[in-house]
Design a protein around this ligand. Structure first.
Ligand code: ADP
Ligand code: MG
Length: 546
């Protein structure tokens, strides 16, 4: 009986809606419950990092599967390390990574805002407002916020620039280290200020070199490319006042004939012939470099023994086993182009450098090469433990990222939750001009922005509701530059307190978080592949071993 019933029903179902067959292997969540699930995922992710926001934020300890631990206060580091699979949560992490790439700061803020935008949107959906209305309202609120921050922003002078960098490092690491690294980052950024290449040159032109010896507080910045390397032939000079340089993206070795072939040697002339040809192969390449006036040769791979002596005879100092990043930095600062085979190097590919020397620092051989084609630097990060050095590199990355971008786009805004509190008030006033339901969405957007001063207050142990109300009231009287000074536990002018956020960070955080929230609101159907994650991949292997 049961069988008879099932068959035709299944047949009818399949004929009726063909496209659902394609969904047989998926779980399907539709409409509002999709939104509820997505908001839950966003909130739990934001919940995991909101305690790191601001100077009083707590640290997180990240433990990798191999047991190594990192302690950090940096939202994006926490998120990128976490193994998150939920697609909405991934979307938030992507928004935060994109914020990190584009602005180098404001990553925690971005995630918190996406989650708050979504939570408030869900409230509205429960009240019967359609997601597409919310999407419209949020877009309007973003547009108005972006216009308003331009009106509030001021152009930073040098002292404000350094306060911006310090604000962005608040709570990231030990105070003395942050101060040292902020200073080095500002110096490096200023040296790169006149160079072309946009946002990326702070990464391309400043090498981060970790050295085991010394204390992290001895970290320094040197002009030029510094390497833990020495020239291939000690007979060549360990210093030079400059000259022409070629960079080879390959090796300078004769092809190894003996690898796969066994050759019958029936007369002594054959071996000699091979040897001569090997020498000839290398010689042609060295002669080419010499004829171009090359004095310094950089090689990615190996340099054979024959080549070493021919190079020395030709008056060329050579370095081998260069990393790609170092070759690229050197190419940037000398103008030399990367060429695969030394035989095909032409006058166009040659660059020039202004100084080279080798020295022992704490018993380790270092080489320094300064380019004559543009600024390039090396941050020499000292410190005995890798964790300490890596933290210093991260802090420096953030600092130079912000310092460099500040030179390109010098607008600043009040930090300490001030700009968000001001925007919330501004949007609420603005929403009164709206007649439709979008008004509700704009108000929801405004409340979401207030999460930033609220969480900053919470993290410093103050009452969030009191703080938000008092801040907004004071701003109404004294203007948008009044914010939370958490170091002194009171509200004051953020310019006087030196708590300043870059305009580009705030702008990118607002647009990135709004776009991410909108893309979640547009989803009304979530399909999950029905793979059972509890089935281990290695199950088959184990069975076959039996
Ligand atoms: P994000 O990853 O979003 O940059 P942070 O943990 O760096 O998160 O916190 C940034 C927020 O902390 C900004 O809103 C900034 O204005 C605020 N902030 C920094 N220093 C202070 C301070 N001394 N008092 C109040 N707020 C501060
Ligand atoms: Mg920050």
């Amino acid at each position: 009986m049961g069988e008879l019933k099932t068959e035709p029903m299944l047949g009818a179902y399949m004929a009726e809606s063909d496209h659902d067959i394609a969904l047989q292997d998926t779980d399907r969540i539709h409409g509002r419950s999709a939104l509820v699930k997505n908001v839950e995922a966003a909130s739990s992710l934001a919940g995991a990092i909101c305690s790191t926001l601001g100077p009083k934020g707590l640290d997180k300890m990240l433990v990798e599967s191999d047991g190594t631990a990192t302690v950090t206060n940096d939202g994006v580091t926490v998120l990128e390390t976490a193994q998150v699979e939920h697609p909405t949560a991934r979307l938030l992490i992507d928004a935060s990574s994109s914020q990190d790439r584009a602005a180098r700061d404001g990553t925690t803020t971005t995630v918190i805002l996406v989650a708050e935008f979504l939570q408030n949107a869900l409230e509205l959906v429960r009240m019967g407002v359609h997601p597409s209305i919310i999407v419209n309202g949020y877009s309007m609120a973003l547009e108005e916020s972006l216009a308003e921050i331009e009106r509030v922003a001021e152009e930073a002078d040098d002292s404000m620039k350094s306060q911006v960098v310090s604000t962005s490092l608040q709570g990231k690491s030990d105070r003395a280290l942050c101060k040292l690294l902020a200073g080095l980052a500002i110096t490096a950024a200023d040296l790169l200020a006149d160079e072309e290449g946009g946002d990326d040159i702070e990464r391309l032109r400043v090498k981060r070199l970790q050295v085991k010896q010394g204390s992290v507080l001895e970290t320094s910045l040197v002009n030029g490319l510094m390497l833990l390397k020495s020239r291939v032939d000690k007979a060549t000079s360990d210093k030079s006042e400059g000259g022409l340089v070629a960079i080879i993206d390959g090796g300078l070795e004769s092809k190894k004939l003996e690898i796969n072939a066994s050759i019958e040697v029936d007369s002594p002339g054959i071996l000699q012939g091979f040897h001569d040809r090997k020498i000839e192969y290398v010689n042609k390449r060295v002669e080419n470099l010499k004829s171009l006036g090359v004095e310094l040769l950089i090689v990615r791979d190996g340099i054979s023994d024959e080549a070493v002596s021919l190079l020395t005879k030709a008056g060329i100092t050579a370095y081998r086993r260069f990393e790609r990043k170092d070759m690229e930095l050197l190419s940037n600062i000398t103008g030399a182009k990367l060429v695969r085979d030394p035989l095909y190097v032409s006058a166009d590919d040659i660059g020039s450098y202004s100084r080279r020397f080798e020295e022992n620092i704490a018993d380790v051989r270092h080489t320094l090469i300064e380019g004559s084609d543009g600024g390039g630097m090396t941050l020499v990060v000292r410190g005995s433990s890798p964790a300490v050095r890596e933290e210093a590199v991260r802090v420096f990355d953030d600092a130079i990222g912000v310092a460099h971008r500040m030179n390109l786009r010098p607008g600043v805004l009040p930090g300490g939750g001030a700009i968000q509190s001001h925007l919330a008030r501004h949007l609420r006033a603005h929403s009164l001009n709206q007649t439709g339901r979008e008004q509700l969405a704009i108000d929801a957007y405004a409340s979401a922005l207030e999460s930033i001063p609220r969480i900053l207050a919470e993290n410093s142990g103050r009452d969030p509701v009191d703080v938000i109300l008092a801040l907004s009231a004071e701003q109404q009287e004294l203007g948008p530059w009044i914010g939370l000074d958490l170091g002194h536990g009171k509200n004051q002018d953020m310019k006087e307190a030196g708590i300043l956020d870059p305009l580009f960070v705030v702008r990118h955080a607002l647009s990135g978080s709004t776009e991410a929230a909108i893309s979640v609101l547009r989803i009304d159907d979530v399909l999950w592949a029905k793979t059972d994650p509890s089935t281990p991949d290695w199950k088959d292997d184990e069975e076959s071993e039996d």
